[in-house]
Ligand binder design. Structure first.
Ligand code: 5AD
Ligand code: SF4
Length: 477
């Protein structure tokens, strides 16, 4: 085993070249294998968690494809199996451990299988200890800060056949321009920053993704120009808190300024962004969203709770009144804005009254959709040690009460779209009905309508005719 939890890292500026060399070496090995057997080496990536992780997996896929691996859709067919993990809530971690048991059987059948674990969960020492103790069929483990080193780690694993663990405790420079394989030809995510400085007391992200680091404006714009040239119509700018973008750059830039620049990229039809922390969403940003047609009229604005007592304990740095004032300001400026949110139920010391305050806030804001979570204790975070942890039964009861109010509101908001014309970027054939396609409107609603695969990747004008809680139904105009 080698190189665990290193603090003494120095990255050479030739790092990209080094990784490209490893990619090339593995490519040659795979080519030789193909010439000898007529078979291609295969890979599969399994992704848990947020859009940030999904985007990291596109980078892993890109590197594997450059190395000559072919993507497969079942684990038993793969020669390299990558699990990109999440640790934001405990059930995500439990799923990984459950699957690792199954992978042991796969490895017994295919001795050459390489099992790779990466992502947020791997940044926790206790998890690494557990894997070393009970899951020694794992081949490679790396974390969130050194994803770009994957080619080197894979090559070393072929050479040594030992378990390789390479986890860094903190971030180094941002390595630009490594290969990436987009999930969709016509839409792409672009990291604008990494890490988070907010330390919400329930959240493990600042511990596993480190302090905020912003990419340079020029690098972001260059990447987007390249993507647009390559057929991308919609870009999602990603950061844990996009509103604090640019503060740590040598020449500070605001998110509003960046967004304005992105909106001017020739040929880019749609821009989304997430996530916005309510504490620092600026008036300038509202103005930029309002004034630029290619910026989607949708803001994901996690509130987490409607109780001032809990917001304070969560270290969210705004009050319920601040949040509502901000929502009012946004709605006044951009009346057709769609707002979505994240809510946590069962945070330490929560009472039925606190939950009722959240429910009241939901009624007032009228979200178009919301991600609701039951609080999950994350060891190492301040909330894990707070008095007043809530009984599971109480949390579930409050959670259900919240959903009983939330879902009809979402339906009510969706109903308002019936009869309107929406411009849909078609993404897929519907999973449940092959005669339907599905896509998203400017305001992020999911819309199904009659169509075939020739529409995928194109914009279609659709009249909304009906709606359910989680999607709209329409017809092509
Ligand atoms: N328990 C439950 N939900 C959490 N989130 C983050 N940490 C926790 C936790 N410990 C939720 C928050 C955040 C979203 C991405 O995940 O609502 O906005
Ligand atoms: Fe976690 Fe809060 Fe940072 Fe979001 S803003 S990643 S919830 S610490």
């Amino acid at each position: 085993m080698s190189k665990e939890h290193r603090e003494d890292i120095e990255i050479s500026s030739d790092e990209k070249k080094i990784q490209l060399m490893y990619i090339d070496n593995i490519k040659k090995i795979n080519k030789k294998y193909f010439e000898q057997t007529g078979k291609e080496k295969t890979y599969m990536t399994v992704t848990y968690g947020c859009q940030m992780n999904a985007h990291d997996s596109e980078k892993i896929d890109g590197m594997l494809i450059e190395m000559g691996y072919k993507k497969v859709l079942t684990e038993s067919e793969a020669d390299v199996l990558v699990y990109n993990t999440c640790c934001v809530r405990e059930n995500a971690e439990n799923k990984i451990f459950g699957n690792l048991g199954y992978l042991k059987k796969l490895k017994e059948k295919n001795k050459n299988l390489k099992i790779v674990l990466c992502g947020c969960m791997m940044q926790q020492e206790a998890i690494i200890d557990k894997i070393k103790q009970s899951y020694n069929h794992v081949d490679i483990i790396f974390g969130t800060y050194n994803l770009y080193k994957f080619p080197q780690l894979l090559f070393t694993s072929f050479e040594t056949n030992e378990m390789i663990i390479d986890i860094w405790k903190k971030a180094q420079e941002i390595i630009e321009d490594l290969p990436s394989q987009r999930m969709y030809k016509f839409k792409a995510s672009v990291n604008i920053m990494f890490g988070c400085n907010n330390f919400c007391t329930y959240c493990i992200v600042p511990y596993v993704r480190g302090r905020e680091r912003s990419r340079e404006v020029e690098d972001i714009i260059k990447e987007i120009e390249y993507l647009v040239e390559d057929g991308v119509k919609e870009i999602t700018l990603l950061g844990q808190n996009v509103n604090s973008y640019g503060k740590n750059l040598k020449e500070p830039v605001t998110f509003a300024e960046l967004l304005e620049k992105v909106s001017k990229v020739e040929g880019l039809e749609r821009i989304r962004f997430m996530t916005s922390h309510p504490k620092d969403l600026s008036e300038d940003l509202i103005k930029v969203i309002k004034e630029n047609d290619n910026i989607c009229k949708h803001i994901h604005l996690p509130v987490q709770s409607g109780s001032n007592k809990l917001l304070k304990k969560m270290n969210r740095v705004y009050t319920r009144e601040d949040y509502l004032k901000l929502v009012e300001k946004i709605k006044n400026e951009i009346p057709d804005i769609s707002l979505t949110t994240d809510i946590i139920v069962g945070f330490p010391t929560e009472t039925d009254e606190d939950n009722d305050e959240t429910i009241d806030l939901v009624k007032e804001v009228k979200y178009s959709s919301a991600f609701t979570f039951i609080y999950s204790v994350r060891s190492g975070t301040p909330a894990a040690n707070m008095d007043g942890q809530v009984e599971e039964a109480d949390a579930k009861r409050r959670f259900n009460k919240l959903l009983e109010v939330l879902n009809p509101i979402v339906l009510e908001i969706n109903k308002k779209q019936i009869g309107t014309k929406q411009r849909i970027l078609v993404e897929n054939i519907s999973k449940n009905d092959e005669t339907l396609v599905t896509g998203r409107s400017d305001n992020n609603s999911l819309v199904h309508f009659k169509g075939d695969k020739s529409l995928i990747g194109t914009f279609v004008d659709v009249k909304i005719t009906d709606c359910k809680t989680f999607y709209l139904i329409g017809e092509q105009i």
